[in-house]
Design a protein around this ligand. Structure first.
Ligand SMILES: C[S@@+](CC[C@H](N)C(=O)[O-])C[C@H]1O[C@@H](n2cnc3c(N)ncnc32)[C@H](O)[C@@H]1O
Length: 168
């Protein structure tokens, strides 16, 4: 009985803590993009069938699934957390977009981004700042970058609510 109580208390503490962990920590499952926001991201960045989207820290893959299913885009999700990478692969298959969306369980700092035409980001400012030199080095001129919730020190070309559209 005591054991079950201790497990229960630990579980509740973990759930509470996960609300305050940084959004790009693998321990923060509640920070995610809804389908509705994913649609807004696609509209703001004018995603179409010729686009190759990289979602850096792709979570459960929702944004890429929406981009592929509803806008015809090709997607590459880079996710460091094995649990989320696995779940997103299942969801990609369930949504029948496996031909369009690929999920890689990797650290996005180790992935070359040169074939991206659009980048989706939902990461904390410190990580966004660290990505800027990589973007300047690897991205083609004109590549669009959409950051959800957090601003970046790049050329802003559009904005809608808490979505920020940049180009490089
Ligand atoms: C706030 S969540 C956003 C998930 C998804 N993009 C969304 O909007 O629903 C950030 C994700 O980034 C992942 N992440 C953080 N650092 C990473 C890294 N260096 N490489 C790959 N994924 C990373 C986390 O595991 C987490 O799933």
């Amino acid at each position: 009985m005591e054991f079950i109580l201790i497990i229960g208390v630990i579980f509740i503490l973990l759930v509470l803590l996960s609300f305050v962990w940084p959004p790009d920590s693998p321990w923060a499952p509640w920070w995610r993009t809804s389908k509705e926001v994913a649609r807004k991201i696609c509209k703001l960045s004018k995603v179409g069938s010729s686009d190759i989207i990289y979602d850096l820290g792709s979570g459960d893959g929702t944004a890429l699934i929406v981009a592929a299913k509803e806008f015809g885009a090709t997607g590459v999700g880079i996710e460091i957390d094995p649990g989320r990478a696995f779940i997103s692969k299942m969801l990609v298959a369930k949504n029948k977009v496996s031909r369009k969306v690929r999920i890689e369980r990797k650290n996005f700092f180790d992935v070359n981004l040169s074939d991206a035409s659009v980048i989706f980001l939902y990461l904390v400012p410190k990580t966004l700042e660290k990505l800027i030199p990589k973007f300047r080095k690897e991205l083609k001129k004109g590549t669009k970058i959409v950051s959800y919730r957090y601003k970046m020190d790049l050329e802003l070309i559009g904005n809608s609510e808490d979505l920020y559209l940049y180009t490089i």
